[in-house]
Design a protein around this ligand. Structure first.
Ligand code: AHG
Ligand code: MN
Ligand code: MN
Length: 364
């Protein structure tokens, strides 16, 4: 039997670093620490109820409500700890921010501090954890502001308010039938599959490209009555199928793990929408800018897709708070551009949307 030569994640990162001969290796070391955290989470998730780490609260691991008012599942808390513990020691980080921590995480004074900041959603789709459906982790690497690097001071929330264009790397791990790591360091998108025998992420998807067209969309249709008119128009046109204005039939998917939807779209195209809606005026969208929309946005753009608020490119948005929510549309480029066009064409909306008479219901 001849074995196929495959690159490990480490080898891939070394190859990528050759583009920057003066790089210190800190960046790669940080990404390998993140990958280790993801492997640890993958193992925990894989034990399911045998490991008693699933959603039900137990005395050993405190469950609470996070800053966004969501009940933290045990695995949310455990995953958060894996991220902080596996990455704080290396000396590469100035600080971290996470969905599960109200305030930025400080690297303990006993450890060395570095020039990067890590932002993450340790477990995305965690409402799926108890039903054995794919979940994942999402992360983004930013450079710390220069005064943080120079002084080694504690990080504050405002240090993380950097638009997505500033991200140095972004990625996600997927805990599904196989564990995968999908990564961009700003030079395309590569996918790695965890070889459980070796405990190594192996390069299996060297240059992921998203088809520009699609006939598959993902949206939580139970929110339809809260959608803004351009979103309603887009979905109505998809549902109208072949006889409708799009002249083709569409298929629909909704996993409720955004990271799993992102992966499906990377693999075969599609469009995902969790748009701003009028369900709760205190929440302009469901998903979070810094650790969901921006990293997934960078991956989409690096794979030839597009990510948007529905109106403007996601990666250009200036963040104003750590746990800021935002409308998110991403996937096949031509579909995302179409949705942006619908938002920019109020007159078209009036002409095409049969529900225009109800428009005042959708708007503040
Ligand atoms: P998280 O588990 O990190 O809070 O994120 C869950 C998100 C996302 O993964 C998914 O797309 C969305 O919530 C599902 O929302 P609905 O329950 O409204 O469908
Ligand atoms: Mn999430
Ligand atoms: Mn989460």
């Amino acid at each position: 039997m001849t074995t196929r030569r495959r690159f490990t994640l480490t080898q891939y990162l070394i190859e990528q670093r050759r583009r920057f001969p003066s790089a210190s290796g800190d960046f790669n070391a940080l990404l390998l620490d993140v990958a280790l955290a993801c492997k640890a989470i993958a193992r925990s998730v894989a034990f399911g109820d045998l490991g008693s780490v699933l959603g039900h609260p137990t005395p050993e691991v405190a469950t609470s409500v996070n800053v966004q008012g969501e009940v933290q599942k045990k695995m949310d808390v455990i995953s958060n700890e894996y991220f902080t513990q596996m990455t704080e020691w290396g000396g590469h980080l100035a600080g971290m921010a996470s969905e599960e921590m109200d305030e930025p995480y400080q690297i303990p004074e006993t450890l060395q501090r570095g020039k990067y900041m890590l932002v993450f959603d340790p477990l995305d789709g965690s409402s799926n954890i108890d039903v054995n459906v794919t979940v994942g982790s999402i992360f983004s690497v930013l450079r710390a502001p220069q005064d943080v690097i120079d002084s080694g001071r504690d990080v504050v929330a405002a240090d993380f308010y950097q638009p997505g264009t500033q991200q140095l790397a972004a990625g996600y791990a997927l805990y599904g039938p196989t564990t995968m790591l999908v990564l961009t360091v700003g030079n395309g998108v590569a996918g790695f599959t965890l070889d459980p025998n070796l405990g190594q992420f192996m390069l299996t998807h060297p240059d992921i490209q998203i088809p520009v067209d699609t006939h598959e969309f993902a949206i939580n249709a139970s929110n339809a009555r809260f959608w803004e008119a351009p979103v309603k128009r887009y979905v109505d046109e998809c549902l109208a199928g072949k006889p409708g204005p799009r002249a083709k039939d569409f298929n629909m998917r909704w996993i409720a793990s955004m990271v799993a939807e992102a992966h499906r779209i990377l693999m075969r195209g599609g469009v995902f929408l969790y748009p701003r809606d009028t369900k709760d005026s205190s929440k302009p969208g469901r998903l979070r800018l810094l650790y969901e929309a921006n990293p997934i946005g960078m991956i989409m753009e690096q794979a030839g897709g597009r990510a948007s608020t529905g109106e403007v490119p996601m990666l250009g948005v200036q963040p104003t708070s750590l746990h800021q929510r935002i409308g998110l549309v991403f996937g096949s480029k031509n579909e995302v551009e179409r949705i942006e066009r619908y938002h920019a064409e109020p007159v078209e909306v009036e002409l095409h949307n049969p529900l225009f008479a109800e428009r005042s219901l959708f708007r503040d």
